[in-house]
Design a protein around this ligand. Sequence first.
Ligand SMILES: Cc1cc2nc3c(=O)[nH]c(=O)nc-3n(C[C@H](O)[C@H](O)[C@H](O)COP(=O)(O)OP(=O)(O)OC[C@H]3O[C@@H](n4cnc5c(N)ncnc54)[C@H](O)[C@@H]3O)c2cc1C
Length: 377
Amino acid sequence: MDFKICIIGAGVVGLAIARELSKKHKGIVVIEKNLRFGEETSSRNSEVIHSGIYYPAGSLKAGMCKNGNRMLYEYCEQNHIPHNKCGKLIVTTHSDQLPQLNKLLAQGMANGVENIQLLTKEEINESEPDIYAENALFIPSTGIIDSHRLMKQLYSDSLTNGVDFVFQSRISGIRKMDKGYILNVEDGTGSGDQFTSARVINCAGLDSEKIARMTGIEDEANKLHFCKGEYFKLAGSGIKRLRHLVYPVPDPKLAGLGIHTTLSLDGSMKLGPNVIYLEENMYDYSVDPSHKKTFFEAASKYLPFLEEHQLEPEMAGIRPKLQAEGEDFRDFVIQDETSRGFPGWINLTGIESPGLTSCLSIGKYVGDMFQESKDIE
Ligand SMILES: Cc1cc2nc3c(=O)[nH]c(=O)nc-3n(C[C@H](O)[C@H](O)[C@H](O)COP(=O)(O)OP(=O)(O)OC[C@H]3O[C@@H](n4cnc5c(N)ncnc54)[C@H](O)[C@@H]3O)c2cc1C
């Protein structure tokens, strides 16, 4: 066998798993189709360290996010990764949104999110004098992070622990053997090669369903739906500086968290992301400038200083969603496929938000799955 463990995908999740497993195991390879790590969803997001308030109690998203939040701050401190635990306000702009805010408060408490506060009008004014809000929850554990520096550190830790990285190499075919798997790989020039691995961890993000299908895992219940989120940056004079992230109450089905402010570590601010389900799961990172009006209308409810001309198209990311348009909440899927006839295969699907926040706890979770199974050799 060429490798003990093959990890497909060097996004933040693949990198975190590589780091975690390499503390105990040798013979790990990470295969990435792009030239560098983290060029897809992991570098096209809000870079928010979420608290875990949004997700149903008992879900993987709630648990992974809550633990991942704590683990990520510790990792940032230990490794000097730029971050800011700035806290976040979830605001209502109309009295009929208050029940939703109270529901979030109860859910956050059930999920163990610490120190959430329902602010009075005076407290809202003190913390963010330039916003409009009738009511607000303050969540001190939310923050922002330099996701590139995070990935660089995960990559560097993995290299130090002996992980092999192969870039510009796309997995193009997979065959199950009596023990382990044969993986076909194509490099940037189109020429191919193959290797064997005892175990495979599929964290190919948007392509995770395609990779699972290559192996023979057809799973109607876990079909992916690409869902674009566009961002508009705020530029020009007259923009007030906010100290906290400011979010509206979310869509009840959690397709998105609502068009919100995102602060960068350099103090600049952007708005987004919206929710656009893409037809036929295509890679479409365009930002439609005509969406400016919708962004303005959504955000000016709580940012009264905003003027429409201050919004400029910035970038977009694509969520790998298990939840089809209009459907209810879906959880992360992190599954050992041994019982379905694919021993040593772990599938990660639907790792949308809060995947960045959860990367270290997902790494730990997958590490624990390895501890439980004895047949790693
Ligand atoms: C708009 C938006 C906003 C978000 N905001 C936040 C946020 O604020 N906070 C938060 O916690 N989360 C957020 N997320 C979610 C977070 O970005 C993702 O959960 C996380 O980046 C997923 O990482 P990943 O490693 O699973 O996937 P990816 O980053 O997509 O990595 C998968 C990798 O697999 C590689 N790959 C695919 N196919 C192959 C193949 N055949 N062979 C070899 N390699 C392959 C790809 O090239 C890619 O590098 C957001 C997501 C979006 C889209």
